[in-house]
Design a protein. Structure first.
Length: 267
């Protein structure tokens, strides 16, 4: 069985990168390792020059299972006609602080291409106990940066109007709440691999400040910091080593302050 699938997350590549370049092969090896226990062969069918999205070709008896797993971990494109209310999709953030009425996400919807809106009212309900808080401080304190992946649940899909709205999925909300309860600050990153961030942390001597480094996509993830270590300080230290990455500071303390006073403590 042969199954093609186009991945959601664009790769940080240039016109000089071909299917056989080290960067692309490293990415492919990562995908293969994720499904190494399945009977499936994975190759790159094509790379879209405009969107920089990769189409994989899955071959073998376990190709459907591999496709489902890869979709759950990294997201995949989906035609608008197949998008239904209640469907859970992985989406990547699009400049989350740009507008004040919600967060737009690229969930890979095609034919026609359409971003998904998570409205401000929904974010307040799910994350802020329905308090009337502005979006931008919430985005900053949650550490949300462009390109970071989140799981969403479709609440409205109107193909005639070209409109798609969503909420954060229950699992995504639970993850945020778990992070709040743990009280560890985190550095969220996109546009860099886990290994690149690990190298930057090592080069700047901040390994002692890190609890763990987790992957959350092909080129995204988060760094869990030890108690007493503040995310903005780590971002300042490693930022110059990751010029193409976007880094955000997740702070449970400032989130609690925002909910209690409506003030994030930022100037």
């Amino acid at each position: 069985m042969s199954l093609p699938m186009e991945l959601l997350e664009p790769l940080k590549i240039t016109s000089a990168d071909t299917k056989n370049s080290p960067k692309i092969q490293s990415f492919l090896q990562q995908i293969r390792q994720d499904v190494e226990e399945l009977e499936v062969t994975i190759s790159i069918q094509k790379i879209d020059k405009e969107t920089r999205r990769v189409t994989l070709l899955l071959e073998g008896t376990d190709a459907p299972a591999a496709r489902n797993y890869i979709t759950s971990q990294y997201g995949a494109t989906i035609p608008f006609a197949q998008v239904k209310q209640g469907m859970k999709l992985l989406g990547v953030l699009r400049d989350p602080a740009k507008v004040g009425f919600g967060i737009f996400m690229d969930a890979g919807i095609t034919d026609p291409s359409k971003d998904v809106l998570v409205p401000l009212r929904t974010i307040r309900t799910q994350m802020a106990k329905e308090k009337i808080l502005p979006l931008r401080p919430m985005v900053r304190i949650l550490g949300l940066v462009e390109g970071y992946p989140l799981e969403i649940e479709i609440t409205n899909a109107n193909e005639k109007l070209g409109k798609v709205e969503a909420s954060f999925s229950p699992a995504q909300v639970d993850r945020f709440r778990e992070w709040m309860r743990s009280n560890y600050e985190r550095v969220l990153f996109s546009g860099a691999t886990r290994q690149h961030v690990k190298n930057a942390i090592k080069q700047t001597g901040h390994e002692v400040d890190v609890v763990s480094l987790e992957r959350q996509g092909l080129q995204a993830g988060y760094v869990v910091l030890k108690n007493g270590t503040e995310a903005p300080g780590i971002i300042h230290a490693i930022g110059s080593s990751l010029p193409e990455a976007r880094l955000g500071a997740f702070s449970p303390t400032r989130w609690t302050q925002l909910l209690q006073t409506g003030n994030s403590g930022e100037e």
